[in-house]
Design a protein around this ligand. Structure first.
Ligand code: HEC
Ligand code: HEC
Length: 118
């Protein structure tokens, strides 16, 4: 009887260990799946966000803070960010309609390294 009890206890311990490991792994995964970006409305490909931002700064000859509130990229407080969303969509439309979706026209095509188009 005592042996039987020990056996049951042993297997119960093994099972609870497995459950513990599984739940830790699960918790880790949900942590990784937490969205990196909080306020994207036009950029769909999350792997391209950095690339886009680089294109904007180069195309307009500006720093990130031209469009972003300092240290809060998700904030929509600046007018320039608001306009930039329309600019992204407009540029995408032009490429879609005239270049079969190929990325031919970019910010620099019009802005030529300046925030204002002259
Ligand atoms: C010309 C304006 C402009 C410039 C310059 C710019 N951004 Fe952005 N950024 C935007 C817009 C517009 C969005 C939102 C895009 C959307 O809604 O899909 C955005 C979104 C982001 C986001 C996602 C924030 C979130 O959580 O939703 C990050 C991060 C970011 N920008 C970083 C940068 C960095 C870093 C730089 C400088 C290298 C930079 N941006 C320069 C316009 C700009
Ligand atoms: C077809 C030409 C064209 C393209 C392409 C273009 N823009 Fe513009 N953009 C303009 C014009 C015209 C204005 C308004 C006149 C001005 O402010 O000089 C403007 C204004 C802006 C403004 C507001 C400037 C301010 O100070 O109020 C931002 C921000 C901007 N564009 C960002 C972008 C970004 C980012 C891209 C690339 C995704 C882009 N633009 C692509 C023509 C263009």
């Amino acid at each position: 009887m005592k042996k039987y009890f020990l056996k049951v206890t042993f297997w119960l311990m093994v099972f609870s260990m497995i459950i513990m490991v599984v739940s830790i792994v699960n918790a880790q995964q949900t942590k990784e799946q937490k969205p990196k970006y909080k306020n994207l409305k036009v950029i769909r490909d999350l792997s391209q966000v950095d690339k886009h931002m680089e294109e904007f700064t180069k195309g307009l000859g500006v720093k990130c803070e031209h469009c972003h509130v300092k240290d809060n990229y998700a904030d929509d407080g600046k007018k320039e960010k608001y306009v930039a969303r329309y600019m992204i969509q407009m540029t995408e439309q032009v490429n879609k309609n005239f270049y079969k979706g190929e990325k031919v026209v970019t910010c620099v095509s019009c802005h030529r390294g300046s925030p204002k188009v002259k």
